[in-house]
Design a protein around this ligand. Structure first.
Ligand SMILES: O=P(O)(O)OC[C@H]1O[C@H](OP(=O)(O)OP(=O)(O)O)[C@H](O)[C@@H]1O
Ligand SMILES: Nc1nc2[nH]cnc2c(=O)[nH]1
Ligand SMILES: [Mg+2]
Length: 179
């Protein structure tokens, strides 16, 4: 697996340190409240698992799976729900947890969908954010790392469903893309 990687962009230690910082901010914000964290499958699995364990605030956890319509339409912004929340979020404090915001279209859609359900509050935490996201008018309260516009894998992020289990975030060598 090592030879497929071009470089390590963010080490496991850097991720751990950043998640501890974000968890402290989230603990301060939600102290005494009843927080529901919502992970967006599948990419956010690692962030959810490690962020949740870094929090002191007791939380409940739920999951959504969403997909863009059709192949190659990632940036169409048309999303369908593959798995909805099990929880009624009406009146709840909700924090969406993502691995990455790239075009921002997945998150824009999720924010409008979830806000229509009447949560008491709705915020976003993402480990990674790419420059494209600035073009979309979304307010992301907790951001781990702003990264360059490169395709990254690891720590939940895949290329053709592989590399999600790497403990760090890296970039792929060109030969992996078939070049
Ligand atoms: O900002 P955007 O351009 O919308 O891209 C970001 C989304 O794309 C990835 O998920 P993907 O739909 O690839 O599915 P996955 O989480 O199962 O890997 C990532 O996990 C985000 O959810
Ligand atoms: N694995 C992966 N998925 C993404 N989805 C949007 N941007 C990315 C990225 O850089 N890597
Ligand atoms: Mg995802």
């Amino acid at each position: 697996m090592g030879t497929d990687l071009q470089s390590v962009l963010i080490t496991k230690e850097e991720i751990d340190t950043k998640l501890a910082e974000l968890a402290a901010e989230i603990d301060a914000e939600y102290a005494g409240r009843d927080l529901l964290i919502v992970g967006v499958l599948k990419g956010a699995v690692m962030v959810m698992a490690d962020l949740a364990r870094a929090l002191s605030t007791p939380v409940t956890m739920d999951w959504m799976a969403v997909s863009s319509y059709g192949a190659g339409t990632k940036s169409s912004g048309v999303v369908r729900i593959l798995k909805d929340l099990d929880t009624d979020i009406g009146g709840r404090d909700v924090l969406i947890v993502e691995d990455i915001i790239d075009s921002g279209l997945t998150l824009s859609w999720l924010l409008s969908n979830l806000s229509s359900r009447g949560p008491a509050s709705l915020n976003v935490c993402t480990l990674l954010r790419k420059p494209e996201a600035a073009k979309v008018d979304i307010d992301v309260k907790y951001v781990g790392f702003d990264i360059p516009n490169e395709f990254v894998v690891g720590y939940g992020l895949d290329y053709a469903e592989k590399y999600r289990n790497l403990p760090f975030v890296g970039t792929l060598a060109p030969h992996v893309y078939g070049g």
